[in-house]
Design a protein around this ligand. Structure first.
Ligand SMILES: Nc1ncnc2c1ncn2[C@@H]1O[C@H](COP(=O)(O)OP(=O)(O)OP(=O)(O)O)[C@@H](O)[C@H]1O
Ligand SMILES: [Cu+]
Ligand SMILES: [Mg+2]
Length: 758
């Protein structure tokens, strides 16, 4: 299955999004599709053997819209051609808005004497002439309002109706009625009625809608500000050393393994590994971590972060669209285009909204005409209904907030993969934390190594060599610690055979015909190896939060190791805050229970599940989920062994410094690995969700109150009718309200909750 993201053009409201969605789904070979009105993009899952990008784009064209593929390379960013088209479109709308507004003013001023009954000499009489008004209105109706006809017609061809349909029908009805009055005013005077034209209705409504669209376009550009900010971080040039010569080249020409020089105060051009020099780097723009990070040979640096103090050389490891920054941009783009569950309601409503409104408008007309016998009022109330009813604000309510929210997350070092996780995060009831690498720093070091048989230094080094020979084949952090320790003791690494890892237990291998097994006490017992010879050490180590592992040679315990992994400085505070927020915090680990409890006590967690094998972690999450009424479980982990559990959890949160597998399986990634990020993610989720609810309220309230009033429901009692011009203003305002409200989210800052308990 392939996934494709296309940018869309030409949508005017959420019904357009529905139309495109349907058109794409009809293509054989398309498995799933998600069209997002707010982000103006479509994400399509398709079967490469049955369809392709060209066919999909053709279908979108046929539906009356245009599309272009998103650029994967942030260096090129948005295609200049597309930008030019967008600008040209905006300029055209602006021109039409100006024309429509000026003419609306003239007609409005012209009708003041008539409406007020005053004789105002400075207003020329002829302005109120029906024929003059007709001449003024016609270009507005058919030039400024042309897009309503074009888009409405496109929709009609596909047996669909959109906002443009409503606008076209509504304004044309007002226009035609006025035209009829102008041509046959005698028809009205004959019946003793005063003929009245409504040119100003169609002109003002068109002016307002176009103005609303223009403002909304501009505001919507700001919702993806975060992405533009991220893209803007990318430096343009890099200073590489090639063939011994230092030269400035464009970032697009940098290749993997190029050696790059970075001076103090400069931006690091691409991802790489420091090979010489020492410095501190400000990574806050990417990780959200405000403290500068020390870098020296062997450390990884991220492109677009700022080098502070020293100068250094790096070897490029990832360039172009593979850089960390490019990946973030891509992820945020995808997240912004995804659909939050809360939007489903809005989608369902918009699906039948337009046809329903047309039906209500017809009913309004019929009732007014038949029962009140007033043709003019019948037409005007029907027009009012058509105009107030547009569901465009409804289509903007959720996506605009999601766009700002996910962008805000990225700014704070929190990568949210989709809207659904952003929505769920504020409902989390239980947080399950993995120990190693999540609560702890994840670079364990061997602190104790005790030989059981003979204490000669010679023997110890020999054993270490055997241990390292086996552990070098394992990617487990503990294995790395053993190898590092051996190397630091001056041991040469040798080969081993028949290596096997037993997940959650340990590793084994054969070195010079001796079977080496290294792992947990439980595993040793399972293997029938006696481990009871040295409880004194073990207890003290475990009580200190160290992991104790055993080493057996040919089935006999030969050595014991104590491995320490310090807590992250922020862990204790983060746990306290989460508990303060009313969440249950649980620790899950493969380590033995005493070590686990010691660590848990240190960070202040009461509920611990120790000695959980990797395959049991998922089951553990499942049982927690099945535990209560509305339990929403978040799992936080870093390792390969955490990946299935991350996927099982309602919200999987990966530590950005952890393994790629864990990151891929998660919904949210904390780039810097600081657990306070969980708190920020929950706060952001809360802020976004309440923003969406406000938006939905704004969007619905106009329609819910507006339609019945426009239909004249209050008329029999109060004599109130909704002037179609007011209807147009209300509807332009509702979209603007929604977008402006969504933009308020840009002010989001993580709230600092103090961890100290009073
Ligand atoms: N390569 C290895 N070398 C030595 N011991 C190992 C190795 N792999 C696993 N073990 C032993 O098995 C235990 C459980 O391992 P597992 O990978 O399930 O959990 P963990 O990574 O230690 O902890 P957490 O689940 O908190 O990340 C370890 O604590 C260790 O004692
Ligand atoms: Cu609308
Ligand atoms: Mg782990």
């Amino acid at each position: 299955m392939d996934t494709l993201t296309l940018k869309l053009q030409g949508m005017s409201c959420a019904s357009c999004a529905n139309n495109i969605d349907q058109a794409i789904r009809l293509i054989p070979g398309v498995i799933d599709c998600n069209v997002n009105f707010g982000a103006e993009q479509a994400t399509i899952n398709y079967d490469r053997t049955r369809t392709n990008v060209k066919i999909i784009q053709a279908a979108i064209d046929a539906a009356g819209y245009s599309s272009y593929p998103t650029s994967e390379d942030i260096l090129t960013g948005e295609d200049d051609g597309q930008k030019a088209i967008k600008l040209a479109q905006e300029r055209e709308i602006r021109r039409k808005v100006i024309v429509a507004c000026v003419i609306a003013m003239i007609i409005f001023v012209g009708s003041i004497p008539m409406m007020t009954g005053l004789h105002l000499p400075f207003i020329p009489e002829f302005l109120h002439n029906y024929w003059v008004q007709l001449v003024l209105t016609t270009p507005v109706q058919f030039w400024c309002g042309w897009s309503f006809y074009v888009n409405g017609w496109k929709a009609l061809k596909h047996h669909m109706a959109t906002m443009d349909t409503l606008m076209a029908v509504g304004t044309t009805a007002a226009y035609l009625y006025s035209l009829f009055v102008t041509l046959f005013s005698g028809f009205f005077t004959d019946q003793g009625l005063i003929p009245h034209v409504y040119y100003e209705v169609s002109v003002t409504v068109i002016a307002l809608i176009l103005l609303g669209r223009l403002l909304e376009h501009r505001a919507r550009g700001k919702t993806s500000e975060a992405i533009h900010k991220l893209m803007g971080l990318q430096p343009r040039n890099a200073r590489v050393i090639r063939d011994g010569v230092e030269m400035d080249i464009s970032i697009t020409e940098v290749e993997i393994n190029d050696v790059i020089v970075v001076r103090p105060g400069e931006k690091i051009p691409v991802d790489g590994e420091v090979i010489a020099g020492i410095s501190t780097v400000d990574e806050s723009m990417v990780t959200g971590e405000s403290l500068p990070v020390k870098k020296q040979a062997g450390d990884e640096v991220i492109g677009a972060t700022i080098n502070k103090t020293g100068s250094f050389q790096l070897r490029a490891t990832r360039v172009g669209k593979d850089t960390f920054l490019a990946q973030i941009v891509k992820l945020v783009q995808q997240a912004q285009g995804s659909k939050a569950p809360i939007q489903r309601l809005a989608d369902q409503v918009t699906g039948w909204f337009v046809p329903a409104v047309i039906a209500i408008a017809i009913a309004t007309f019929v009732i007014w005409f038949n029962f009140m016998g007033n043709f003019t009022l019948a037409i005007m109330t029907a027009v009012g209904v058509l105009i107030i009813a547009c569901p465009c604000a409804l289509g903007l309510a959720t996506p605009t907030s999601i766009m700002v929210g996910t962008g805000k997350g990225a700014e704070n070092g929190i990568l949210i993969k989709d809207a659904q996780s952003l929505e769920l995060a504020h409902k989390i009831t239980t947080i399950v934390l993995d120990k190693t690498g999540t609560l702890t720093q994840g670079n364990p070091t061997v602190t104790d190594f005790v030989c059981l048989k003979g204490t000669a230094n010679h023997n110890e080094l020999q054993l270490l060599q055997l241990a390292a020979a086996v552990e070098r084949n394992s990617e487990h952090p503990l294995a790395e610690a053993v190898v590092k320790y051996a190397q630091s003791q001056g041991v040469n690494l040798i080969e081993s055979h028949n290596f096997a890892a037993v997940p959650g237990s340990g590793v084994q291998g054969v070195v010079s015909d001796r079977l080496i097994q290294i792992g947990t006490q439980r595993w040793m017992t399972e293997l029938g190896i006696n481990t009871h010879s040295l409880p004194e050490y073990q207890q003290a180590w475990e009580a200190g939060g160290k992991t104790v592992i055993f080493m057996a040679v040919d089935g006999e315990i030969e050595a014991v190791m104590g491995i320490a992994d310090a807590l992250k400085p922020s862990s204790t505070a983060a746990v306290k805050i989460l508990q303060k927020m009313g969440l249950e915090v649980v620790m899950l680990t493969g380590d033995n229970s005493k070590t686990a409890e010691a660590i848990a006590q240190e960070v202040g967690i009461d509920r611990v599940f120790p000695e959980v094998r990797p395959e049991q972690k998922t089951a553990m999450i499942k049982s927690l989920q099945g535990n209560g009424k509305s339990q929403i479980i978040a799992m936080v982990g870093d390792g390969i062994n955490d990946a299935p559990a991350l996927a099982q959890a309602d919200v999987g949160i990966a530590i950005g410094t952890g393994t790629d597998v864990a990151i891929a399986a998660s919904d949210i990634t904390l780039i810097s690995g600081d657990l306070q990020g969980i708190v920020t993610a929950i706060q952001l989720s809360r802020a976004t969700m309440s923003n969406i609810r406000q938006n939905l309220f704004f969007a619905f309230i106009y329609n819910i109150i507006g339609i019945p009033v426009a239909a004249g429901i209050l008329f029999p009692w109060f004599g109130w009718l909704l002037n179609p011009i007011l209807a147009g203003a209300a509807m332009a305002l509702s979209s603007l309200c929604v977008v402006t409200n969504a933009l308020r989210l840009r002010q989001f800052h993580p709230k600092i909750i103090s961890a100290s308990v009073q």
